[in-house]
Design a binder for this molecule. Structure first.
Ligand code: GLN
Length: 477
């Protein structure tokens, strides 16, 4: 009898499979050139191609040469910008480095006439100035702080490629010229050699596609590294950095990039590319052959395909998954399960529309809160058939964003001034609406509380002592 043996072939998960497929379809594209103006960069293997994606839960997916280190070069810029923002605050940094896309090459002399302020921190001039802003007593300490923060973004200590550093130190005259121009204009306030030593070192820090994906994921995750859980920068700083990456990260290709790919990104001349999808993931790509604008040919192509396939464009709105108001009604149709006396049932039947109910659900942000506000605007005892009590069932609310919480709470306050008493039902006891009259541990109890208040207002005997505790499935008397 022949024995059929099936060899277990590991099927990759769909994300790894997608990265693998991108790798395989683009690896044969040998278009583009190695950067040669830093001689050491011309020595890398042009066939290298790594792709990695890191999620907000700290999982990493990868394909190709995702563990091969490369020097960060300009991919370092957004992360050093984050550090400068943390040190000085947005206003101070903006007064020294603008945030306008220059639409010019990365090494352009793009300085504001008169002040010498560089147009943005993603082009070399702006990045050199940004490096000078990092707080430290001396250049050695400045580089160590930069290395520490970039390492925290990556979740492991990043090493320096001494050879690439030395190579750029020797040949980086254009950057030297830029720094002298800024120094002459008064925008750069420290020594040229001093700042360039630190800048060239930050560019020569080594990272893999996986590292870079985690760095981007940290920005996408509001500044918290999703793998180490360390808060590297605050959420507003992460947002500001992503904004500048979106508008200026791809130099003279920034506009078309935003149009086609629609993700904050940053490229570097070693062939690295970092991109982030806020709240979703970070991607790190590496392939050293560059197009005429100094962006990696394969990395740009891979980003475009990824963004299309997974609908990642920043301007794409997925729409709400569930309606924000799951249920609306009054105590005429919705009754608490509480046993009631016949007289009470009669009162509730006659005046049930004095109690309104809204069951809210999902993730409530500004737009959803506006829908709720609209729905609540008609609740008023002054209107014929208008309610005097309102049950807000927030059991199904997964998240109430701070702006939505403020909108809803002020609506609750306003309802109170119109004479509507609001009872919140929330098993999670989150205290989402502080101006409500009461918060009870379930929507049923909130409704019951309103029914009791309604009955009391009609003078009906509540006959508390006659009641037994409510049991599911029990009807009234
Ligand atoms: N170190 C490089 C430079 O300053 C970085 C430029 C880049 O990656 N675009 O020229």
């Amino acid at each position: 009898m022949s024995k059929v043996t099936t060899r277990a072939r590991a099927t990759p998960d769909p994300i790894t499979a997608a990265l693998q497929e991108l790798h395989d379809s683009l690896a044969s594209d040998a278009g583009g050139d190695l950067a040669t103006y830093i001689p050491q960069l011309a020595r890398v293997d042009p066939g290298l191609f790594g792709l990695a994606l890191a999620t907000m839960h700290g999982r990493v997916y990868k394909a190709g040469d995702a563990d091969v280190p490369f020097t960060l070069q300009s991919v370092s810029k957004p992360f050093v910008y984050a550090l400068a923002l943390a040190d000085l605050g947005l206003e101070e940094v903006l007064s020294r480095v603008g945030a306008e896309p220059s639409g010019e090459a990365f090494n352009a002399i793009s300085l504001e006439p008169g002040s010498g302020r560089p147009s943005n921190p993603m082009v070399n001039a702006g990045a050199i100035l940004t490096t000078s802003l990092v707080r430290a007593p001396d250049p050695v300490a400045r580089f160590e702080r930069i290395r520490e923060v970039l390492s925290a973004f990556a979740g492991r200590r990043l090493e320096l490629d001494e050879a690439v550093f030395a190579s750029e130190l020797e040949t980086g005259d254009r950057n030297r010229a830029l720094a002298y121009l800024m120094r002459n204009a008064g925008s750069l306030r420290c020594g040229v050699d001093e700042v360039l030593d630190v800048y060239f070192r930050q560019c020569a820090l080594l990272a893999t596609s996986v590292d870079v994906a985690v760095m981007a994921a940290t920005l996408a995750n509001g500044g918290v590294n999703p793998c180490t859980k360390v808060t590297v920068v605050s959420q507003p700083i992460a947002e500001h950095v992503l904004a500048v990456m979106a508008s200026c990260g791809m130099y003279d290709a920034a506009g078309e990039w935003l149009l086609r790919v629609g993700l904050p990104a940053k490229s570097g001349v070693s062939g690295g590319l970092v991109a982030a999808s806020p709240g979703q993931f970070g991607i790190g790509l590496f392939s050293p052959l560059l197009d005429a604008r100094g962006n990696s040919v394969r990395a740009v192509a891979a980003s475009r395909l990824l963004a299309e396939r997974f609908q990642l464009h920043l301007m794409h709105h997925p729409g709400r998954s569930v309606p924000v108001i799951a249920r609306a009604g009054s105590a005429l149709t919705l009754q608490s399960g509480r046993r009631r006396l016949r007289t009470e049932r009669e009162v509730l039947h006659a005046h049930g529309d004095d109690i309104d109910l809204r069951s809210l659900q999902g993730d409530i942000e500004f737009a959803a809160a506006e829908v709720i506000l609209q729905s609540l605007s008609t609740v008023s005892p002054a209107r014929p058939g208008g309610a005097r009590w309102l049950v807000l069932d927030v059991q199904g609310v997964s998240r109430l964003h701070p702006v939505a919480a403020r909108m809803l709470d002020s609506a609750v306050l306003e309802l109170g001034s119109r004479g509507v008493v609001v009872a919140v039902g929330d098993p999670h006891r989150r205290g989402l609406l502080p101006h409500a009259a009461v918060e009870l541990p379930s929507p049923e109890e909130a409704l019951e509380w309103c029914e009791d208040a309604l009955l009391e207002s009609h003078g009906a005997s509540l006959a508390l002592e006659q009641r037994e505790p409510w049991q599911p499935g029990q009807g009234g008397e």
